[in-house]
Design a protein around this ligand. Structure first.
Ligand SMILES: Cc1cc2nc3c(=O)[nH]c(=O)nc-3n(C[C@H](O)[C@H](O)[C@H](O)COP(=O)(O)OP(=O)(O)OC[C@H]3O[C@@H](n4cnc5c(N)ncnc54)[C@H](O)[C@@H]3O)c2cc1C
Length: 376
């Protein structure tokens, strides 16, 4: 009998893992991918949507095109996970597995920041970014805050990108002089893993008159007073609040007993949870590494090698903890940083200075995955 692999979630981690298993095993694979959505959207496309560079429809990649030998895609919502029995309940029934891989990403807890849902605008979901896209043209004066409500959060550079993109957007409309922009980050620098990138971002903020507040997060919004309250008691008035909500694993993972302090503990090298033959990859795993798509992919490669070693023999490859983050500088230039946390004894990074020409690399990043996962 074939070993059944159940992959929960078809994001960066889940799609890469199932693609690798399909490539290695073909029709011999017995992989079921359970996903609640009907389409995939790259994280960075939300920035494009919000600033009007792409429509919400144009950035959706329908899962009907995610077709791989030996992989069965099921569009159902997961309601409960039993990691001991490796059994999953969904809106469509029950699924059991020999290997279970949790790749459900991170959800947003808007309620953890009182006032955010009422008067703020999160831009980390397609729906949120689409709403911001509609309201931005009406914003022409007063203070704008780009605020983060907790750590860890996805794509550490994204709030900085948002502040720089907002600057570029308001400048193009000729209203930048009437607006202030403040960026509130809970970190010690914009992207702590890369001193070079952080320096470049701090320089860009200074050049463009963006106020940067580090080491603080936004605790609440007071809609009546149009004021954001930070965790150190600082109060900031806003006319426009663009927010990154507190993150945590989706509810079924919280309820499964797999998570501690909001995230699933794993062995960093093998991505194994404390439950036999149950792995967690991507944003939901408590790796301490940046929560980004390329890190989810490197974890997926490691888990694929581990499952294949169990099924076919051979060596499993430890998680290298490698990944890259693109950064929009808001003036047409794009930079990025490559990070390697686990291959050597310490973190190594390579910073690629921003330029307009580098935009082609981001396009290529998307094109390669569109072709690999969706055959488009
Ligand atoms: C604004 C922004 C910009 C970003 N920019 C970049 C970038 O430039 N580069 C980069 O590498 N990363 C970037 N990211 C981060 C990247 O999108 C995430 O880190 C990545 O998607 C994580 O992959 P994952 O597989 O862990 O989770 P996801 O890709 O989020 O996939 C999880 C999947 O699980 C599904 N799911 C959740 N709950 C259920 C349920 N109950 N039942 C069924 N299915 C469920 C979801 O629908 C989703 O499809 C950005 C993110 C944002 C928000």
């Amino acid at each position: 009998m074939k070993s059944r692999v159940l992959v929960l979630g078809a994001g960066f981690g889940g799609m890469e893992l199932s693609t690798l298993l399909s490539e290695a095993l073909g029709e011999k694979a017995d992989v079921t991918v359970i996903e609640k959505g009907d389409s995939f959207v790259f994280g960075y496309s939300k920035i494009d949507v919000m600033f009007g560079r792409a429509t919400p429809e144009a950035v959706r990649l329908p899962y009907r095109n995610f077709v791989k030998p030996g992989v069965h895609f099921v569009q159902e919502t997961i309601t409960a996970i039993d990691p001991v029995a490796r059994r999953v309940a969904t809106t469509g029934g029950t699924h059991e597995a020999d290997f279970l891989v949790v790749a459900l990403g991170a959800d947003y807890d808007l309620a953890a920041t009182p006032g955010l849902a009422e008067d703020g605008h999160e831009f980390y979901s397609v729906a949120g970014a689409s709403r911001v896209r509609e309201l931005l043209p009406a914003f022409s004066r007063g203070p704008a805050i780009v605020g983060v409500s907790g750590f860890p959060y996805k794509c550490p550079p994204a709030p900085s990108e948002c502040a720089l993109m907002l600057d570029g957007y308001l400048t193009a409309r000729g209203v930048r002089g009437a607006c202030e922009i403040t960026l509130v980050l809970p970190l010690s620098s914009p992207v702590p893993a890369s001193a070079d990138l952080s320096r470049a971002l701090v320089g860009a903020f200074a050049e463009r008159g963006i106020t940067l507040l580090l080491g603080r997060s936004v605790k609440a919004l007071e809609p009546g007073r149009k004021t954001a309250v930070l965790d150190d008691g600082t109060e900031l008035p806003y006319a426009l609040y663009l927010g990154v909500p507190k993150h945590q694993v989706p509810q079924p993972v919280l309820a499964s007993g797999m998570a501690e302090n909001g995230w699933v503990p794993i062995n960093l090298r093998t991505l194994e949870t404390r439950f036999p033959d149950v792995y967690a990859i991507g944003d939901g795993a408590a790796t301490g590494l940046p929560k980004s798509g390329s890190f989810a992919e490197s974890a997926a490669r490691s888990v694929a090698s581990s499952i294949l070693a169990r099924l076919e023999g051979g060596e499993a490859t430890p998680n290298p903890g490698t990944g890259s983050c693109f950064v929009e500088f808001g003036d047409g230039r794009l930079g990025w940083v490559d990070m390697d946390f686990l291959t050597g004894p310490k973190l190594t990074t390579i910073y690629h200075e921003p330029s307009v020409a580098r935009r082609a690399d981001k396009v290529q990043f998307g094109d390669r995955r569109r072709a690999r996962w969706f055959g488009l």
